[in-house]
Each structure stands twice: as structure tokens, then as C-alpha cells.
Design a protein around this ligand. Structure first.
Ligand SMILES: [Zn+2]
Length: 289
């Protein structure tokens, strides 16, 4: 199987993606302030077991534990010289869990820095940072690269341009907030049009406000593109309870929304923060019925 196989398959059936990685690793004991990507080498068994749990729950496409694996984010942990190693390890573990019949989507998240003119990073610098990450992911056997949780259009375009240099198909999802726009004010139609125009094989939304808030966003994307549309919402709205962030949507509730996503023609359905293999199992079952 390859990224092209995934794109062909998504045209004829709904692909179940996975749920959260970060909140799952926290359940395995990862504490705040730890570099999640370092777990790909120091706690490989835990990362591998999360991937395996999603495959067992019915995921056909698993995202890798490489979301913050760009050199700028890793620099905050003094790990900027380990981009290749940490991305390679994260993708290789996913490849082992997915086997030849399921798909590995190599995750790329934002740098956390602003591009010019708001910040001091140029588009070319950002593109170079993302290309370095994508090359390591492709070398390790990814099928597709997925840009996730971006809110700035120029930054995700830089990521897309850098990642496309590897020759790998790329999906782009952004996090939409209150008012149906990203934190940087981007609306879903503009995002879908521009990213498709710049070579994305799929567009969509992830994280954000939970499944209810995502319905309208991906519906708008579905209307204006005939390509792949992806929905990976959080398990409801995050709430702080006793100093902990909790997500309240049950597996059944997420499954009910998954049916609505499926009915509107969304091609890839999964979850983001707070979703677990239990949520994915319920979603897979509901969508297959
Ligand atoms: Zn999320």
C-alpha cells in the first residue's frame, strides 16, 4: 500500500483514522514538559502500543508521534540536532504497527513561531525546517504526510511546499476555533481552496471545538473540493477539572457525529485530543453499518 493507494481507496470507502496520541501518552505516564517525540526512542514500547491499540480498534490510517518533530520545536528541549532520528523512530514504530495493509500518516505540526511580518521567520526558512522533517519521515516508510493543527495559512503552505519536495502525497488540516475560523482568522473555504491549489491531496479540520463545531466547517470544504476531506475533532470541548484538561464526549456521541460526517461525504474520519481507541472503535463500527 502507498499514499496513492490510500487516495484511491478513500474515493470508494470511508477511511477510519486514529485518535489522540498526546493524551494517550500522558495516560502512559508522560508528564508535562517532556518532549513527546523523545518517547519514540526512550519509550518506544508505549508509543508502539498506542499505535497498535488504534489499529486493533479499526484505524486504517494512523498518525505518527512526530507532531512537534521540527527543529524549532525540538530546540526548546535541546534536541534540534535529532530531527532525523526522532522522526524516523516515530514513523518506523507506526509502520511496524500498521503492517502492509494499513496506512501511516506522518504528522507535521506548526513550529510555534510566527512567519514574517508578524514574526521573524521567513517563508523559505519555514519551508526548509518542514522539508527536513518530511524527508526523515519518508525515509522511514510513511505513506502520506499530514499537516495538522495549523492556524496560519502561510505557515501551512510553507509546510506543504517543503513536504511536497519529497514526492509524497500530502494532507493539510487546520484547527478552527470560535466563529468557524482559525486562531489566525482563516476560514475553511479559503483554506481548502488555497491548500488544494498548492498541491494538497486532501484538506480538512482537526482539533478545535469538538465534533459539533466541525460539522459546518467540513461541510463548507466538501462543497468546494472534489478531493479528499478529513475530519478529526477533539472529544468535545476541553474543560479544566481539578487542574486537569478533560474531554467529555463519549465514544457513542463521537460515533453519532461520525455518521453525520460520513453522510455529508467526508472521506477520512478520526479524532484528536481526548479521543481514545474506544472512541475509534465506536466510530469504525458506526460508519461500517
Ligand atoms: Zn487536538
Amino acid at each position: 500500500m502507498s499514499g496513492q493507494d490510500l487516495i484511491l481507496l478513500a474515493a470508494s470507502e470511508i477511511i477510519i483514522a486514529d485518535g489522540a496520541m498526546g493524551t494517550m501518552l500522558q495516560a502512559h505516564g508522560m508528564t508535562a514538559g517532556v518532549c513527546p517525540e523523545l518517547w519514540n526512542v526512550e519509550h518506544a514500547d508505549a508509543v508502539g502500543s498506542v499505535y497498535a491499540a488504534y489499529i486493533a480498534a479499526g484505524s486504517r490510517m494512523i498518525g505518527t508521534n512526530t507532531f512537534g518533530g521540527n527543529r524549532i520545536k525540538l530546540d526548546a528541549y535541546g534536541l534540534s540536532d535529532r530531527v532525523a532520528e526522532l522522526n524516523h523512530a516515530g514513523v518506523a514504530l507506526a509502520r511496524a504497527a500498521a503492517g502492509p495493509d494499513n496506512f501511516v500518516a506522518a504528522s507535521i505540526g506548526p513550529t510555534g513561531k510566527f512567519l514574517e511580518p508578524l514574526g521573524d521567520m521567513t517563508f523559505e526558512e519555514a519551508e526548509d525546517v518542514f522539508e527536513e522533517q518530511a524527508r526523515a519521515q519518508v525515509d522511514a516508510g510513511a505513506d502520506v504526510i499530514i499537516m495538522e493543527t495549523f492556524s496560519d495559512l502561510p505557515e501551512i503552505k510553507a509546510a506543504l511546499k517543503g513536504a511536497l519536495k519529497t514526492g509524497m502525497p500530502c494532507f493539510c488540516t487546520m484547527a478552527f476555533d470560535t466563529g468557524g475560523r482559525t486562531m489566525m482568522g482563516i476560514d475553511p473555504v479559503t483554506a481548502a481552496l488555497e491548500l488544494t491549489d498548492h498541491g494538497a491531496s486532501g484538506v480538512g479540520a482537526n482539533c478545535g471545538l469538538g465534533p459539533d463545531g466541525m460539522l459546518d466547517i467540513v461541510a463548507k470544504m466538501r462543497e468546494i473540493t472534489c478531493g479528499i476531506v478529513i475530519a478529526q475533532p477533539n472529544a468535545g470541548l476541553p474543560e479544566i477539572v481539578n487542574g486537569q484538561t478533560v474531554y467529555n464526549s463519549s465514544a457513542e456521541e463521537m460515533a453519532a457525529y461520525a455518521i453525520r460526517f460520513a453522510q455529508m461525504g467526508i472521506n477520512i474520519i478520526g479524532g484528536c485530543c481526548g479521543t481514545t481507541p474506544e472512541h475509534i472503535r465506536a466510530i469504525a463500527k458506526a460508519v461500517r453499518m
